[in-house]
Every structure is written in C-alpha cells, then in structure tokens.
Ligand binder design. Structure first.
Ligand SMILES: [Zn+2]
Length: 431
C-alpha cells in the first residue's frame, strides 16, 4: 500500500474495540503497550508494538522533516527495558505519548522519504501477544511528493474513538486548551493595560508547562525529560500562587499530554490572563553551562543563542507530528503589531523582576534576560515570558531540578516576582 502526505491508513479492530469501549460507568483499563522493537524485513524497516489488546490506528507521513505518524487509541506505556535497535533502517529516532484525550501518538523520524508498505495487527500466537506491525520502505522525494498530490484527501479529524468525557477536574483546562484542529485565536487585541487596575477579583496567571505527551522536550544528562520537570515545577508554582489568595492560577496542561503552541496562547487569551509564564528547562552540548534565563518576545532576537532556542522551542508541533500545512500560518509567523508592543513591554518588565528574584534564589546565566520570536509568547494582549529554569545537560542542575525542595525555592522566587509586578501596576493605577 502506498501512502503520502494527508493520506490515512485506518484499521480498526472493530469488534474488540467496540467491546472495550462499552460504557459500564467505570473507567475501563486502557490497552497497554508492553514492548517496541525495530528490525529489517526484506528491504523494509519493520516497527512492532506489542499490545495487551488490539487498538484502532491511523498512519500518515509528513515532510520537512520526513516523519511517520501513528495515532492509536490511548494506550498505557509499560515498556520494560531499552528499546532494541532504535535507528535501524530508515528510522533515526522515535517518541510516543498522549496526543489528545483518547489518542496516543507515535512519531518516527525517518532519514529519507518513505512509504507505508504494510501495516496490520497480528493476533496472539505462541508466546507472542497482540502486535501492531508497520513496514516502511524508502521512496524518492519525487515519488513521495507525487503520492501526496495524487492522494491528497482531506484528513478526517479522527477515525479513532471519540475522546472520552473527562472528569470535571481536568476537563475545563483541556476543553479550553482546545483540541479542535480548526481553533483560531478569537479575541481581537485589547491593548488597554488599564484593565488590571479596573478589574475586581484575583489576578489570572496562566502557567504553561512546556512540551508534554508525544513531545518530551529536552532530555537531560541522566535522561530526565523536560516535560516532566516543567509540569512538576508548574504545579508547585500554581500551589504557591493560590495559597496567597491573590491569584487564580490556570495551567495549560496538568498531565502528560501534548498541547499545540497556538492552543496554549489561545487558552491564555480566553482566560483573560494578566500574565503568562511558560516553564521550561533547556539542554545543550556543554555540560558546564548552568543557570536560569528568562525570554520575552521580539521580532529580532537579542543574540544567536536566543534565536536558536526560540527555533527549538517553536518546533514542538513538528516534534509531535502536527501537519503544519493545515495550520493557520499566524502561529509560526512572528508579526508584531502596535497592539502587542505594550504587552511586550510589560512582559519585559516582569522578566527583569523575575531575573532579580531568581538571581538571589538559585542563580542565573550571565546574560539572563534575552528575547526572540517565541511562538508561545504571542498573545497580543497578555504579557508573556518564557522561563528556562536551568540546564538539564548540567548534572548538578539536573539533580536540582528533580528535587522538590529546589523547585519549591524556584516557585517562591517566581511568586515574589509576580507580587512585585502587580504591586508596580497597582502603584501606577493609583498615581
Ligand atoms: Zn522547552
């Protein structure tokens, strides 16, 4: 079978899926993925996922860079050891995780254009359980493009199961985080910074743990994943912020799930956020570099490293196998209008206060406040900053960021900076 961009292979083990999703009023146990392996089969690269039961799946390919995306009904990952033969054949790397409620995504990075030669589910036999099998074979770039053009059909939203109704605790965040592929930023820019003074009730701070689900973010010296550290830190910040009674803290995600960059921005705007803080931890080639740094939005980057970092952070949707050809270009273009200037200035003001607190608490980089075109900081009416808490590539800092005590210290500094920022606002509105 050949397949290109926008083409979908959908196979559903109908009866078994139907049986497993019968609503009983109890949360049914999810199918488990227990092993993943790569191998060669004739000229094809074979990818196998061992499963506790059959699942529905869809496969599509993407260019720039070449990727193969497998969406499955949500599975629990119970891989025992190291994955054998990563980098075998055409596959140079892979990742997996929750893409949206009800859908697990696996992204295979391939080092050349490929087509799906075969994909199928195997029933148990001998000592083998259920298996998902995918065979990939190389094609020329021209063939890849041709097939994409010939078979360019509208991608159905999903042939998989409907996302299950979530318990109310997480549903509001996830609903407003927007899993509709066509979600647009809806509100017009509101450049009136006097709104903070006029408002009643607690200030709204949106905390955005970077990455998540199929996008692990940076990988640390000892294998720590940025997505997990960012979530743990964000939860700590939320707790401390709300303990003051002065703030309403809203998370863009509160579990290990992928969220598009534009949906993070949209959530902040829909929530009428007074401040948006995206939480990250970087990793670079040198194990020596350590310290926190804070970034704000700018058309022109302050320096090469900031520009590179923004490019890396802006790749989250590509990492997660989102088809950017179907996206509104507004997200990836950094066009800054006048309405945004005020928010940018406010963001920069907060960044400086945050640097001050962090320098006292945990230490920062030399050049600690820098700017570049970060897509996640683009809400025109919400002052936004991106915090890199430190470097997971530095063994000491990785150890620190894994410790709850250290994250608590960071959160204290962040809450202090937020207090100072809004105190400054109150002063301005009184004078
Ligand atoms: Zn990051």
């Amino acid at each position: 079978m050949s397949i290109g961009k926008g083409t979908i292979v959908a196979l559903v083990a109908g009866m078994l899926i139907a049986a497993s999703t019968v609503s009983t009023g109890f949360a049914a146990a999810k199918p488990a993925a227990t092993d993943v392996r790569f191998g060669m089969q004739d000229q094809a690269t074979r990818f196998v996922v061992e499963l506790s039961e059959p699942v529905g799946f869809q496969i599509f390919t993407l260019p720039d860079p070449y990727r193969v995306v497998i969406d499955m009904s949500e599975v629990a990952w119970r891989l025992s050891g190291e994955t054998a033969n990563v980098g075998r054949g055409v596959v140079s790397g892979f990742r997996y995780g929750l893409f949206r409620p009800g859908t697990t995504r696996i992204v295979l990075d391939v080092n050349k254009p490929v087509r799906v030669k075969r994909s199928f589910l195997l029933p148990p036999s001998g000592d083998q359980g259920h298996r998902f099998v995918l065979d990939l074979e190389p094609v020329t770039p021209a063939t890849f493009d041709d097939e994409a053009r010939l078979t360019a059909i509208e991608t159905p939203a999903s042939a998989l199961e409907k996302p299950p109704e979530k318990p109310s605790q997480t549903s509001s965040v996830e609903k407003s985080a927007g899993f509709s592929p066509d979600m647009q930023v809806r509100k017009p820019p509101v450049p009136d910074m006097g709104k903070a003074a006029a408002r009643v009730g607690p200030r709204v701070v949106v905390i955005d743990p970077g990455h998540g689900g199929v996008d692990p973010g940076a990988i640390g010296h000892g294998g720590t994943r940025e997505k997990a550290i960012a979530l743990a830190a964000a939860l700590e910040i939320k707790e401390q912020l709300e303990a003051t009674g002065r703030y309403k803290a809203i998370m863009t995600r509160d579990r290990d799930i992928f969220i598009r960059l534009r949906d993070r921005v949209a959530l902040a705007r829909d929530a009428g956020a007074d401040l948006f803080i995206s939480i990250h931890a970087d990793s670079i080639g040198s194990a020596k570099v350590k310290g926190a740094s804070v970034y704000t939005l700018s058309e022109n980057a302050s320096d090469k490293e900031a520009e590179k970092l923004a490019a890396k952070e802006n790749k989250a949707d590509i990492i997660a196998g989102v088809n950017l050809a179907q996206e509104n270009p507004e997200v990836t273009d950094i066009l800054i209008d006048l309405a945004q200037r005020e928010s940018m200035n406010e963001g920069a003001r907060f960044a400086n206060m945050l640097i001050g607190e962090l320098r006292r608490a945990t230490g920062t980089l030399q050049k600690s406040h820098r700017f570049a075109g970060f897509a996640v900081l683009k809400a025109p009416d919400v002052p936004s900053v991106l915090l890199e808490m430190g470097y997971l590539s530095n063994p000491t800092e990785e150890k620190n960021l894994k410790s709850k005590a250290h994250r608590r210290k960071l959160a204290v500094a962040i809450v202090q900076a937020i207090d100072r920022y809004f105190a400054h606002h109150d002063q301005l509105s009184r004078s």
